[in-house]
Each structure stands twice: as structure tokens, then as C-alpha cells.
Design a binder for this molecule. Structure first.
Ligand code: AHR
Length: 500
């Protein structure tokens, strides 16, 4: 089947905010301890950070990292995580029924971000926490000095403020699993008062309100409407969270991007409605700050933790999903959804980054591995510093539980400075190859430069320490090197990046 379509450099959806390629590290399982922080590891640096992991995070081209949770943040006391390590308390973590040593805290996270070259995104506790405590936390972190809390930071060895400017106002406060769950109105009022304090301390602060923690919540999208109407003038972003898993139908699973498209479009509509109610001139942006494949049903996290033998362990192995080639294809489709909504989705966080539902997997004391998921993210994030172009691939659709899904989910990025176009595409069809006939009338002498593909003859192939590159990208050889002489083919069940 041949697909003919035209690309026009003027037909721009939006410039891409680099923060679309963020990720997330929570105090959960082995994300922090033996993930990013392992002082006894042979490759640990003077701060105890695993340098092998830092190198992989850099290679992934992650731009922001959300911290310290997640569900964890709703019982987190920031004061436990500052000052001399030997004086920090050991606490029970209510979210993950674990023991928290606080040996990695705010200062360590800030240093790790500086070494890794990522921007921190800090969540405040609006579960057990108060607006006042969130303010004290921001003052400790960002105020230059001359107050008790800012001087305490200086006394702890950090003269310059951390200058955290991205703040999440709590986490998933609509969820019954959340410590301190509230209804939408209660949350909105608490978040509004917190926003006032944070903006007073840091006029540059960019604030994210909790949206629905999944489009399957019974309160969706009413939660978002109420929160947005109350908070519209106080925040810059509303969050979306959504995880996908293979529930038995590979076809439905491959169509996950339809759900993400619909979720984003519903939140955009809800935000636009709130904009009208508030008589505002501002567009509310989306922070899709938790998204991924997560085998939530197959591997409920609470079962191992509720086993008396496993309760309240330090850094127990939790949510350590091992990803397949099929999971990577699904991720490709989701990345295209985020890109195609780059006009409203300005930030996103792949949840999470290391060990916990993550593209990077470590063994304590030993190596680190790129899971299959690493590759689609890397293939997009490493080149997507341009604009997204609108395009129309005339593809057939297939039926899924989310409704009709396009057989090829795709996105096009144009970087004018480099003179390069990138077409990202996942072919969800099990048998059909699609040949692309790309018309580029407005681009002078654009030639096919590279076709990178993620492919496997086994949908369930995984990367392991014995076979770490089993699922990794290949470059397809086009002998004549020119579009006019070659046809670009999307083979069945492949993830592709075509550079022109
Ligand atoms: O990422 C794992 C968990 O998923 C987070 O802690 C929570 O916010 C979400 O439910």
C-alpha cells in the first residue's frame, strides 16, 4: 500500500517545548537507592551517584526530572531530607509501605540534576502538607538569604539558592490511594492558597495543578473542570497522568495513542471552557507528567508490600516492569500523540526513569541496561528541537476498544536550522507494509538521509543483561541515498524515524 502525502514547512502545529521530554524519579522501590544513588557502587562518584546511570540519562536526552513523587510526596516532609545525612530521620513511607532513610534528599537531587544537565521539577506535599509548609520549603530552596530558613540552607553548605522554578501542587489528589485525598473543590482551594505563597516567594515560579490521575477516574473530567475554574488565574499547567498495559489484546494495546489523543483533547476543551468562564486571555497548558506502559493489573504493587515479610523494607524492588518490543511500539505511538499536541502539551514526564517502570534498569553493584522503551524515547528526544508539522497520512484504520485507530500513528518534526525533517511512525498493522511517497515541494533538495527502525521478529523480545541489545535500533541501508530513487517502507509492526 502506498501512502502519498505532502509536507509544508508553513503548516506548523507548534514549536516543541524541550520540557516535553521530561522524566520522573520518585522515592519508590529502587529508583533512588541503587538506581541513581549507590555510594558503594564501583562507578559511584564523590556524591554517591552512579555515573553509568548519569551517562544513560544523558544519552536518553531527558530534559526535566520530576521529584520526589508521585504518591510518595503526599506524606513527604521536606525537612527530613536536608542537612547532615547522619542527622536525617528514618521514616515510614505510607505510599509504598517502605522505609525511607533520607540519605538522598533535596540537595542531592539538585546536585544530581546539575551533573546530569536536567531541570528539576519539584512536587510539594498537599496531602499531609500545608500551604505554609510548601512556602517554607520554597523559601529554604529559593530565597537568597537573610531569613531563618534560607540561612539554614547556607549553613547546610549551599550558598546559592537552588532556583527551582517548576512546582507541582501536589500529586493525584483525586485518587483514593493518595494520602490526604480531597474532592476537587477542597483541592482547588488548598492549591490556590499554596500558589499564592509560592508565587510570592518566587515570581518566576511555574505551577502545575493536579488534573485527573487517569481518564478512567469516575471524577474525570469533572475534577478538571472544577480545579481549572478555581485555579485558572493561579497556575500555568494542568497535569494529565495515564498508564497503558496489554490486557490481552495486542490490537487494543497498540491503539493506546487513541486514548492519549482523546484525553488531551478533552482536557484542552475543559481548559478552554474554564478560560471562558474566567474571562481569561491565557491558554492553560498541559503537563502530561506521568505517562508510560505499566503492568499495573498484572503486578499490583501492594501485594508484595502487604506480605508481612516485605513491609517497610529499604528500597525494595517494586514496579520493576521488564519491557518488551511491543511495549516500545506502544510508546512510539504515545510519543507521536504528545508531539502532535505540542501546541498545548508543553511538558511531559515519562514515568519513571530508573528501575521503577523505567527505560533504564540497574543491578545493585553491577551494570545498567537500556530497556526496549529507551529507544523510541531516545530516537525522538535526541532530534526534536524544532516545530511539529501538520500532515495527513492517508492510512486505513482498525477497530479498537478506544474507537477507530489509524494503522500508522505518525508525527513530523522540522528543524529549520539543521534543514532536517524527521518523520516518526509506528506501523500498527500486523501484515501490511506501507510505502511512503513524501512530497516536499516547498523544501529545496530534501533527500532521504537516514531511516532508523526498531524491529523484532518477536513482539515479546526484551533486553536482558545477557542480551542487552536484543531490541535496539537499526539503520536501513538505502543504496542510492535519495528519495527520488527510493521508496521508504514502513514494515509491519515497526517503529521508524525517517530523516530527510
Ligand atoms: O509512577 C508510579 C505512581 O503512579 C506514582 O507514584 C503515582 O503518582 C501514580 O499513581
Amino acid at each position: 500500500t502506498t501512502l502519498s502525502f505532502t509536507l509544508d514547512p508553513q503548516n506548523v502545529i507548534s514549536a516543541i517545548d524541550p520540557r516535553l521530554f521530561g522524566s520522573f524519579i520518585e522515592h519508590l522501590g529502587r529508583a533512588v537507592y541503587t538506581g541513581v544513588y549507590e555510594p558503594e557502587h564501583p562507578q559511584a562518584d564523590e556524591d554517591g551517584f552512579r555515573q553509568d546511570v548519569i551517562e544513560l540519562v544523558k544519552a536518553l536526552h531527558v530534559t526535566t526530572v520530576r521529584y520526589p513523587g508521585g504518591n510518595y510526596v503526599s506524606g513527604f516532609n521536606w525537612r527530613d531530607s536536608i542537612g547532615p545525612k547522619e542527622e536525617r530521620p528514618v521514616r515510614l513511607d505510607y505510599a509504598w509501605i517502605s522505609k525511607e532513610t533520607n540519605q538522598f534528599g533535596i540537595d542531592e537531587f539538585a546536585r544530581w540534576c546539575e551533573k546530569t544537565g536536567v531541570e528539576p521539577m519539584i512536587a510539594v506535599n498537599l496531602g499531609t502538607g500545608t500551604p505554609q509548609e510548601a512556602g517554607y520549603f520554597a523559601e529554604y530552596c529559593n530565597h537568597p538569604g537573610g531569613t531563618t530558613l534560607s540561612d539554614l540552607r547556607i549553613q547546610h553548605g549551599r550558598r546559592e539558592p537552588y532556583n527551582f522554578h517548576l512546582w507541582c501542587l501536589g500529586n493525584e489528589m483525586d485518587g483514593p490511594w493518595q494520602t490526604g485525598q480531597m474532592n476537587a473543590k477542597e483541592y482547588a482551594i488548598k492549591a490556590r492558597e499554596t500558589a499564592k505563597i509560592l508565587r510570592c516567594i518566587d515570581p518566576q515560579a511555574q505551577l502545575v495543578a493536579c488534573g485527573s490521575s487517569s481518564s478512567a477516574m469516575t471524577t474525570f473530567p469533572e475534577w478538571d473542570r472544577i480545579v481549572l475554574e478555581e485555579l485558572y488565574d493561579y497556575v500555568d499547567f494542568i497535569s494529565c497522568h495515564q498508564y497503558y498495559e496489554n490486557e490481552g489484546s495486542e490490537t487494543d494495546f497498540l491503539a493506546s495513542f487513541v486514548n492519549m489523543d482523546n484525553f488531551i483533547e478533552t482536557i484542552v476543551s475543559t481548559a478552554n471552557y474554564a478560560k471562558a468562564v474566567r474571562r481569561s486571555n491565557k491558554d492553560m497548558m498541559i503537563s502530561f507528567d506521568e505517562w508510560n506502559v505499566w503492568y499495573l493489573r498484572g503486578d499490583p504493587w501492594d501485594a508484595p508490600m502487604k506480605d508481612p515479610a516485605n513491609r517497610f523494607r529499604v528500597a525494595p524492588p517494586l514496579l520493576e516492569d521488564r519491557y518488551s518490543f511491543l511495549d516500545a511500539l506502544v510508546m512510539g505511538g504515545l510519543l507521536c500523540s504528545l508531539l502532535n499536541h505540542a501546541d498545548r502539551v508543553k511538558m511531559a514526564s515519562l514515568a519513571q526513569l530508573v528501575n521503577v517502570i523505567a527505560p533504564i534498569f540497574t543491578e545493585p553493584g553491577k551494570g545498567a541496561l537500556c530497556q526496549t522503551l529507551f529507544w523510541p524515547f531516545e530516537m525522538v528526544a535526541s532530534v526534536s528541537d524544532g516545530v511539529v508539522l501538520r500532515h495527513q497520512l492517508p492510512v486505513p484504520t482498525f477497530t479498537s476498544k478506544y474507537g477507530d485507530a489509524r494503522s500508522v500513528q505518525s508525527s513530523v518534526v522540522y528543524n529549520e536550522a539543521r534543514g532536517e525533517i524527521y518523520l516518526f511512525a509506528v506501523n500498527c498493522d500486523f501484515t501490511t507494509s506501507f510505502e511512503l511517497d513524501i512530497n516536499l515541494p516547498a523544501f529545496s533538495d530534501c533527500r532521504l538521509k537516514e531511516h532508523k527502525v526498531l524491529r523484532s521478529d518477536d513482539l515479546y523480545a526484551k533486553n536482558t543483561f545477557d542480551d542487552p541489545n536484543r531490541v535496539s535500533p537499526d539503520i536501513i541501508d538505502y543504496p542510492h541515498g535519495s528519495l527520488r530513487e527510493n521508496t521508504v517502507t514502513l514494515a509491519p509492526l515497526t517503529w521508524n524515524r525517517i530523516t530527510l
